[in-house]
Design a protein. Structure first.
Length: 1141
């Protein structure tokens, strides 16, 4: 037979020689096999066993015969298990039977047996080599962009490669009948049969709709849930834009397992706090624990640049959104810095929670990291987009107050209880005010309708190499208070991206600038104006003048509060530049530069017109200026290499960061004319205070990631960083993490489950991060001006602020994380379960000192350990998917337990009144409340000795302390979560999102009995209708004690003592759990044919609503803010249109 008739001569000669070698080899192998020692045939084997490996069989042969059997693991690696049932059969027959159909042969020489590949294996390999070929192709996406770094592997083989900078690939020496597997981050994996084609063509990958393939932005890179072994949650632009919120943090509520987002009140621009997996650090008071300092919150990074202020409050003069009164501490004074970011400009938000995700940030990532990625331009023709929505806002869950009849009866009863007769000077509300008049002050101050308007436009376009995006926005959100109070924001976002034709050089530049103006009244006391008597006289006369007296009795005029001013102007700039260059294939050098700046101009004033003329008070004003800026530089090297059957990804770099802060406050007094209030020089007197600080941070970081055969994942990170917050000898710290993952669904044993189990991954990681969360310069002795006793001859002196203290160092957070990810039914159902345990020790605290030292506290490391452990679960499901109708569900729930596990010598420390070992760090120590005594009508409490009393010893009763506050109340949420359902039918989409929390909190009674010592029943203070259930006579079983109008007699004084103890008792706390219909979004996509008729590319109309419904057992007020005297959560309903030209 002729085999070389059409081949070149040299090829024919090669094949002939090859066949000759094959024949000779076959003869030699045959002769070698026949040269066995005859004695081997005398050996016999007896063995009966099922499903054993060849290795186990050979060990049994050696045991029975004494023969040494030699073989390579590679030779028997793929051999299947065998079933044997031998009864005294010859050794050679037994081995031949076992090796049959396994392409294996054996040689016997003396007492040695060698297992070899059989002749047929050798011949098959030659045949396969003759059939192998080189295959090339190109990979691109649905937009025509070449996909650089896509992985191409041979199915069921060991060969793989990656696309180059042009999207091209070549895979050498592959079977001409093989199958290529092409994969890329965020895209659906595609299989292509080679079919003997040297060029398989241009291969287009489509975006994956699997939850597992959604791109997650992580530290210095991107990944997907499929290959990520860190705990990362992502919220996309689609989820954000369905919610009519001005602060993007509010769009995260209930959507991220382990993240608790708390809105301090419903005022526009108000402070919003966040906490990931519990509280890690200690504070000096219970209230401080609850208000979450900056170093207890996550690190915020926008496009690679840390925010200059982080989530620290924007310091502004007191106002409705930024009260500074002690009684309103839950309002978290100041405005939210995140309010300066336009949610419409955000592409995604990634929440990084565990060590694998955060350790690369070293000391900055101890409390988690929130990465905000803004939108980029897209290649293609130029698009102009316009979006507008507008609608009303209103306060939710406002309390119902007593009407006039109920109020007067309540006041008269309080007078009778105190044995008093109404006095016109003190009790005008029951003697002089109109007894038939009714004014609902709750409706007057909280019942108004605010307005929310948001306008956003953008221009984008470009080519596959260069694209751009420019957008601008305007947001207006007014208070539902009387007066022209509102938050107005202007924003500008730009992005420019470029890469050369060969993809070796890339440039990414972006800038965000915003101007946010928040104006309200400068009188936080207006928040309690709804407690005015319902028959209170009109506060403005027919001429529009303020009324300050009624029938000779002075009036407190809350309308005057409305004339007080509180303005804040916030200028925010965030800019980034990233340039990279591929030095050699796979090795890329990059430099990232970022700049963040925030300027705040605050102004508040108390005009003469806002005050009672009888007081003779002049005008006053406060001028406030704050400035913060951050410069961030990061050189980086990335290396990506196809290594064996896996992909190696290495990141190494460094960070230099410099942060400057400065503050100037000028208080001006004695203005004689309101027109001069804006001029400092026109004040009769003034004084100024200022402060400034510089913070520097340097770091070297690295990460090694290796994914082998799409089954096994290893991740190592490290960070060495230095902080100027520490003394020279304690300045540097080392942090890192190690993690591994196993995608067991890609193992051969899991293939049988593939119709049901489409994905399965186990992962774990452990690591450390730290914190340098202390004030700058506290390691060195600082002095400041002191004007105690007027100074010396009018000249202020200087006094020490803190002593020399160079020995404190980094606090350390050790994090352990286990995670299981499962996908069912081709990933239509994706389930994740996470277990974590975090321990923070070597705590950095402001350690309380005895007064004899001259300092109230010093910064120190304390051997206290705080532990957070918990469980997180998430589930996403595509419940129904047909051509016209789809239904998808997403659910998450998280449980966190916080505990102080170690505090040496706590009982003898100043913290014995605050903390208890084995309990959460934000527990409240409370007096046991035992209800109202039906005989006396006074609150009863149980003393530490078990007896009942009306006058408890209001002091800590644990840790060896003698007080009656013996009950420990844990205010951490037991669990939090969210449920989202999305429905779509043809062009109509409906989203329903519920947020829920199981927790305890302060009841409305806490607000009333903790309100500056004001005792219910006294003049000119209305109460909620729940006070109708009060004690009135002996034998009454009531929930509220007797009311009094004064404290002039013994029983009234006892009543007052019991009232003031109430806010420190368990009676002031209640179940504050709730389920809230957080978001409803209904939209309609206008058919393309109709849109084109009016020259539109696409059009969408929608209605979005926020805080529509709250299901809760919380009686009065909002279960989230838990403060009767703060603006409650706002219900917002907007209608809008989104047009694309």
């Amino acid at each position: 037979m002729k085999i070389c008739t059409k081949n070149p001569y040299w090829h024919c000669q090669y094949v002939k020689k090859l066949l000759l070698v094959m024949k000779i080899t076959g003869i030699l192998v045959f002769i070698a096999i026949m040269q066995v020692n005859a004695s081997s045939f005398a050996q016999r084997i007896t063995l009966s066993q099922k499903n054993i490996t060849l290795d186990e069989f050979f060990r049994e042969v050696k045991k029975q015969t004494g023969y040494n059997i030699s073989y390579s693991d590679k030779v028997i690696y793929d051999a299947k298990k065998v079933n044997v049932d031998f009864k005294a059969i010859p050794l050679d027959q037994a081995i031949t039977t076992v090796l049959d159909n396994r392409y294996l042969a054996f040689e016997i020489s003396g007492k040695d047996i060698t297992i070899l590949p059989s002749k047929s294996v050798f011949l098959d390999q030659i045949a396969r080599n003759l059939k192998n070929m080189n295959v090339s192709g190109k990979v691109y996406n649905f937009q025509g962009e070449m996909l650089v770094g896509a992985t191409i592997s041979l199915k069921n083989g060991k060969k793989s490669t990656m696309t180059n900078q042009y999207g091209d690939f070549t895979l050498n020496d592959v079977d001409e009948n093989g199958t290529l597997v092409i994969s890329y981050l965020g895209y659906t994996t595609k299989e292509i049969q080679i079919k003997s084609k040297a060029y398989v063509g241009d291969i287009m990958l489509e975006l994956s709709d699997s939850k597992l393939d959604e791109v997650q932005v992580i530290a210095y890179g991107k990944t997907t849930q499929r290959y990520n072994i860190g705990s990362v949650a992502t919220v996309t632009a689609k989820d954000i834009q369905q919610q009519p919120v001005t602060n993007v943090l509010l769009a995260l509520q209930g959507r991220v397992p382990g993240l608790v987002v708390t809105n301090s009140n419903g005022a526009p621009g108000a402070m919003v706090t966040t906490q990931i997996r519990g509280q890690n650090s200690l504070a000096n008071s219970q209230n401080s624990n609850m208000s979450l300092a900056t170093f207890n919150q996550p690190l915020y990074i926008i496009d690679g640049v840390p925010m200059s202020t982080q989530n620290n409050r924007v310091i502004t003069p007191p106002g409705l959104a930024s009260s500074s009164a002690a009684s309103y501490w839950r309002n978290y004074t100041g405005l939210s810095p995140l309010n300066s970011i336009n949610p419409n400009d955000i592409e995604s938000i990634s929440v990084l929670k565990d060590a694998d995700a955060t350790s690369i940030y070293g000391s900055q990532g101890s409390n988690g990291v929130i990465l905000i990625t803004t939108k980029r331009g897209q290649s293609g023709k130029t698009h102009f987009n316009v979006a507008l929505n507008s609608g009303p806002t209103a306060a939710t869950r406002t309390p119902q107050m007593m009407n006039t009849q109920q109020y007067i009866e309540m006041r008269q009863e309080a007078l009778r209880n105190s044995g008093l007769t109404a006095n016109p000077a003190l009790d005008a509300d029951v003697l002089l005010f109109d007894q038939t008049k009714y004014k609902n002050w709750m409706d007057e101050f909280y019942g108004g309708v605010g307005h929310h308007t948001d306008f956003h436009s953008s221009l984008s376009g470009g080519t596959s190499n260069t694209n751009y995006l420019v957008s601008g926005g305007y947001t207006h959100e007014s208070y539902n208070f009387p007066g022209d109070f509102a938050d107005n924001r202007l924003s500008l976002h730009s992005s420019f991206n470029h890469k050369t034709a060969d993809n070796r050089f890339t440039l990414d530049f972006g800038t965000d600038y915003s101007y946010d103006a928040n104006n309200s009244t400068g009188a936080p006391d207006l928040l309690s104006a709804f407690t005015l008597p319902p028959n209170y006289p009109d506060m403005v006369d027919a001429s529009g003048n303020l009324v300050w007296s009624y029938k000779g009795v002075p009036l407190s005029n809350t309308q005057g509060y409305l004339k007080q001013i509180s303005d804040a102007k916030i200028y925010n700039l965030n800019s980034h530049l990233m340039a990279t260059y591929e030095i050699i294939t796979g090795l890329r050098l990059g430099v990232s530069a970022g700049y963040s700046r925030q300027n705040v101009e605050g102004y508040s004033a108390t005009p003469i017109i806002s005050q009672n003329p009888a007081s003779g008070m002049l005008g006053s004003a406060l001028f406030n200026t704050n400035y913060s800026e951050t410069l961030n530089l990061e050189p980086q090297l990335t290396f990506v290499k196809q290594l064996s059957k896996g992909v190696l990804n290495v990141v190494a770099g460094g960070t230099y960061r410099k942060n400057k802060l400065s503050n100037l406050d000028v208080s001006a007094f004695n203005y004689s004319n309101d027109a001069l209030l804006g001029s400092i020089g026109s004040a009769g007197a003034s004084y100024a205070t200022n402060s400034s600080s510089i913070y520097k941070y340097i770091a070297a970081f690295g990460r090694i990631n290796y994914v082998w055969d799409n089954k096994y994942i290893v991740n190592l990170t490290g960070n060495r960083n230095g902080s100027s917050n520490f003394g020279p000898d304690r300045r540097f710290g080392n942090f890192g993490s190690a993690g591994a993952g196993w995608i067991f669904s890609n193992e051969s044993f899991a293939k049988a489950l593939s119709p049901v189990l489409s994905f399965g991954k186990l992962s774990a990681n452990y690591g450390t991060s730290g914190t340098d969360g202390v004030q700058p310069y506290m390691y060195q002795p600082n002095w400041g001006p002191s004007n105690v006793y007027g100074g010396y001859q009018g000249i202020p002196g200087y006094a020490p602020i803190n002593p020399l203290n160079p020995i404190y160092a980094w606090a350390t957070n050790k994090k352990l994380n286990f995670q299981l990810d499962l996908g069912f039914l081709q990933d239509r159902l994706v389930f994740s379960a996470t277990s974590y345990k975090n321990k923070t020790d070597n705590q950095l605290v402001s350690y309380l000192q005895p007064i004899q030292t001259g300092f109230s506290s010093i910064t120190a490391n304390a051997p206290y350990t705080v532990e957070n452990k918990g469980l997180e679960f998430s589930l996403t499901s595509k419940n129904f998917s047909r051509k016209d109708f789809q239904w998808a569900t997403a659910f998450n729930i998280s449980f966190n337990k916080n505990k102080l596990t170690k505090f040496d010598d706590l009982n003898n420390s100043p913290y014995a009144d605050i903390y208890v070992v084995g309990q959460p760090v934000n527990i409240f120590m409370l007096i046991p409340y035992e209800g109202v005594d039906p005989n006396t009508g006074i609150f009863q409490y149980r003393k530490a000795d078990g007896t009942l009393t009306n006058t408890p010893y209001n002091a800590t009763g644990v840790n060896g302390r003698p007080g009656d506050r013996t009950v420990l109340m844990d205010l951490n949420p037991k669990f939090t979560g969210g449920l989202n359902n999305q429905f779509s039918y043809k062009g109509i989409s409906l989203t329903l999102f519920f947020q829920f929390a199981k927790q305890k909190g302060e009841s409305y009674l806490y607000s009333i009995y903790n309100n500056g010592g004001q005792i219910p029943g006294k003049p000119n203070t209305n109460l909620p209708v729940q006070f109708l259930d009060r004690w009135q006579k002996v034998g009454d079983n009531a929930s509220i004690q007797r009311l009094i109008s004064s404290e002039g007699n013994a029983i009234d004084r006892k009543t007052a003592v019991a009232a003031r103890a109430f806010s420190y008792s368990t009676g002031a706390y209640t179940d504050a759990s709730y389920i809230r219909l957080k978001t409803v979004s209904l939209s309609y996509n206008i058919p393309a044919s109709m849109a084109k008729k009016v020259f539109l590319g696409s059009a969408n109309i929608f209605v979005n609503a926020q805080n529509l419904l709250t299901i809760t057992g919380y009686k009065v007020g909002d279960p989230e803010t838990q403060n009767l005297y703060s603006i409650p959560a706002q219900r917002t309903i907007v209608a809008g249109v989104n047009l694309n030209f």
